[in-house]
Design a protein around this ligand. Structure first.
Ligand code: RP5
Length: 161
């Protein structure tokens, strides 16, 4: 793939099973992306470096997935002007409610676009990232419209019994 425009970061390798979902719409729509493990609390210097050069490297949208006290997305949003889409990963004890609340309750002035808990949220994070990029890319817009049309056409009206 060419120069990545979307960076998918996650707090742990253990988040990959969820965050892999974000790659599916990006692949389907031909949007170049990268994937990295970047932890706000275990690798703070890596997060700082990542945020510091993401824009210069051509990244336009960051997708950040984490579980538990999921401050990764908020910290990334604090350190870069790029849009940050957050994915609350389901946690062992609180099933992702902790991740969701820590991502969605951002104080005024630093925005995070928080998705649903788990795989559907990760998938939609990839989709909304592509929609953001499509605003400045006519060919991607065409692919997005086609993709939506085929999704609609794939839904059968008759119930299978
Ligand atoms: C968070 O802690 C990660 O995002 C992950 O969801 C959670 C558990 O991480 P591991 O202990 O599995 O590495 O930082």
């Amino acid at each position: 793939m060419s120069q990545p425009k979307v960076s998918i970061i996650m707090g742990s390798q253990s988040d990959w099973a969820t965050m892999e979902e974000a790659t599916k719409p990006l692949e389907a729509l031909g949007v170049a992306f990268e994937t990295k493990v970047v932890s706000a609390h275990r690798t703070p210097d890596r997060l700082y470096q990542f945020c510091n050069d993401a824009h210069e490297r051509g990244i336009q949208v960051i997708i950040a997935g984490a579980g538990g006290s999921a401050h990764l997305a908020g910290m990334a949003a604090a350190m870069t002007h790029l849009p940050v889409v957050a994915v609350p990963v389901s946690s062992r004890n609180l099933k992702g409610m902790d991740s969701l609340l820590s991502m969605v309750q951002m104080p005024r002035g630093v925005a995070v676009a928080c998705q649903a808990i788990g795989g559907a949220g990760a998938y939609n994070a990839g989709l909304i990232a592509a929609q953001m990029l499509a605003l400045g890319d006519a060919e991607l817009t065409e692919r997005l419209i086609d993709w939506r049309r085929s999704q609609t056409e794939s839904v059968a009206e008759e119930v299978v019994k």
